[in-house]
Design a binder for this molecule. Sequence first.
Ligand code: HEM
Length: 221
Amino acid sequence: MRKTGLYLYSKFERFWHWTQMLLVTLMVITGFEVHGSFKLLGYENSVRIHSASAWTFMGLALLSIFWMFVTRQYVNFIPSRANLNEQINYYMSGIFKGEVHPIRKSLFNKLNPLQKLVYFGLLIFIFPVQIFTGIAYMYYHYPQNPIDAKGFEIAVYTHTLGAFMVVAFIIVHVYMITTGNTIATNLRAMISGYEKEEDHEPKVENKENQENNIVNESNEA
Ligand code: HEM
């Protein structure tokens, strides 16, 4: 695996990304089995695996929040209007004409403006909603339910709606992975940490990159 170019994804970030992918996949499969969508692992097993994945996911979330603040990497997820129109035009037409990506990536600007919006929604809205409604679900015990039954129903519907939104995110995310300069550019970067510089020569120089930096191997953390 190549180790030259821009060093974008640190070891922890790659560990977090792939572990989260595994846990979310497990929660989608077992969650929809509990929902009754199909039979695969059995109801009891699905409940057990769903709960174990959920606790691991929450532990990982705490660890990644800590990491984001210590490394200031949280800035990558703050929505911004800068270059939003260029990005929309790129996805609507430029991408089909083989044009170059309008945004140049850097350590503090890894996501384009549309990705920032989607990831912000996922991390700040959908995941917390899944956690709160999931905890309500976990601590609802019949017949002596400590959580009000009406409120509980809302939590279940919200949890299921959140699960559909997670599935929608996964579908779009998998498509987006293939839209790098080559079909494997983005995937390779999330495995090795490095992205080839020529993979994202910019059409528009964005402000963040003037302030931030081109990162190389010496930044490996
Ligand atoms: C990506 C995240 C997640 C997805 C896609 C997901 C999906 C689902 C789905 C589809 C169900 C079935 C709902 C129904 O129709 O009854 C479910 C049930 C459940 N989920 Fe999640 N979930 C996620 C995260 C979590 C988290 C973080 C927790 C805990 C904090 C959690 C706890 C539960 C519990 C306790 C149940 C009920 C299982 C049972 O019947 O005992 N989930 N989940």
